[in-house]
Design a protein around this ligand. Structure first.
Ligand code: PA5
Length: 437
């Protein structure tokens, strides 16, 4: 089971200050459980792990098996909550060099999470001459980035492999009834899965949004869901502690939380976490800024700032106890690199000492630090971690006094983009914006 240690956060805040937030944390947890807080029509994620039934899991697995049997590559098209959960889990579980190895099963690629022209060109070139399919994911069914990517990819798939292949190898995950994607899927006869109305994008990884791409990539979605269910059905203590300590630190002037990992495979887990906390808490002029670093890599770039820069940060370190493989540092007669003092030791040991050394140095440098320990990185542990962060986010958002389940701020750029592209209905904004350029 994952666990949390908040001792090294003491110093910047004391136990009294942390304990003073206990009633607020418990009240926030009650508000979540009773469903009577802001955004309460988006609490479907709270009991997802225990409520996903056999039929839903089997449907996802069957679709994934068909895609795996027929396709060498499957492109998951989506942005924000419609891609980050799947990307995070797949990257955490995958062979990290799978892209360079031949024939290791169906690979899931991602598109529609940017508007990079060269990115799209390179992807479309890669797909040529292969057997491939698409999972298009958009709750609203109207988001511009995935809509553009899907239009391009659908056209390419139909041209290259035929309309029949395309209609059998495009799967749409969207709202039950509304939105352009629902209409298109019905018209083209695509297999579809529903994103429940009461589950927002960034809380949707345990719906088909995350589960289907993860299953297509060959991972065990039942173990992922079981891990999340363990967290759902266990005590709230870890979530309360995390929410309490980060809010106490925020109130003491620590405005930035850095999620730290020492495992390259956790990079996208941090990207998912940043979206979860950034979109949920950053509103009404409030909110901890969620940042992330990959150590030891970033100790050689951001390490200086973290050790010595403005003291407005705290860290939450994801520590992983055991690895899947062993690599031992060899002895070298000449020892010109001076490494014989660690010869015979495993890389995991060196990495753990680097982590310990870093945590102690950062605490000494005035950076409070929480530690979340994962016994290993597998589906079950990731399921626990996902649910832990989701629930703690709901609690923390309510403690902060915001609605954690909306994201009104993301509309501003969209309106400007539509106006600048000349979309009908935005004429007044177009003139006003162009006058500023
Ligand atoms: O968390 C959210 O709700 C957002 O990040 C959405 O997931 C993102 O904007 C994509 O939306 P949609 O699935 O409607 O295309």
């Amino acid at each position: 089971m994952i666990k949390i240690d908040t001792k090294a956060a003491l110093g910047a805040v004391n136990e009294k200050e942390i304990n003073a937030l206990r009633p607020a944390a418990e009240a926030a947890a009650r508000t979540l459980a009773d469903g009577d807080g802001a955004g309460n029509d988006f609490l479907g994620w709270l009991h997802l792990p225990s409520s996903i039934d056999e039929q839903q899991l089997a449907a996802v697995e069957q679709c994934a098996a068909r895609m795996r049997q027929d396709c060498e590559l499957v492109v998951a098209v989506g942005i924000g909550g419609s891609y980050l959960g799947a990307k995070a889990v797949i990257e955490a579980l995958n062979d990290q060099f799978a892209a360079y190895k031949s024939a290791t099963g169906t690979r899931v690629l991602f598109a529609g999470n940017n508007i990079g022209e060269d990115y799209m060109h390179d992807l479309m070139t890669l797909l040529q001459g292969r057997k491939w399919g698409i999972i298009v994911i958009s709750k609203s069914g109207t988001t511009t980035e995935p809509a553009i990517a899907f239009r391009l990819l659908k056209g390419q798939l139909e041209r290259e492999l035929g309309r029949e292949w395309a209609s059998k190898h495009i799967v749409a995950i969207t709202d039950a009834a509304r939105g352009a994607l629902r209409g298109l899927a019905t018209q083209e006869g695509y297999e579809t899965f529903v994103i429940p109305d009461n589950v927002g994008g960034r809380f949707s990884v345990l719906t088909p949004v995350g589960l289907l791409p993860i299953a297509v990539a060959g991972f065990d979605i039942r173990a992922l869901v079981a891990g999340a269910a363990e967290m759902e059905q266990g005590s709230d203590e870890m979530m309360l502690q995390y929410a309490q300590v980060r809010n106490a630190l925020y109130q003491s002037g620590k405005k930035i939380e850095i999620l730290v990992n020492f495992e390259p495979r956790l990079h996208f887990l941090a990207e998912w976490w940043k979206q979860l906390y950034g979109e949920s808490e950053g509103k009404d002029g409030k909110g901890i800024f969620p940042a992330s670093v990959d150590f030891t890599t970033d100790l050689h770039s951001m390490g200086q700032w973290i050790q010595d820069g403005e003291r407005t940060i705290f860290e939450t370190v994801l520590t992983v106890e055991s690895q899947h493989h062993e690599v031992v540092i060899p002895h070298d007669e000449a020892d010109l690199d001076g490494l014989n003092y660690i010869a015979g030791r495993r890389l995991v040991e060196v990495n753990h000492k680097a982590e310990l050394g870093t945590r102690l140095a950062h605490v000494d440098g005035g950076v409070p630090c929480m530690v979340i320990t994962l016994p290993t990185i597998d589906e079950r542990t990731l399921g626990q971690l996902i649910y832990f962060f989701e629930k703690a986010c709901g609690i923390s958002g309510y403690m902060l006094g915001v609605n954690p389940f909306n994201q009104p701020g993301v509309e501003a750029y969209k309106k400007n983009m539509f106006a600048l592209l000349g979309k009908a209905g935005y004429e007044a904004q177009t003139a006003a914006l162009e006058a500023r350029l």
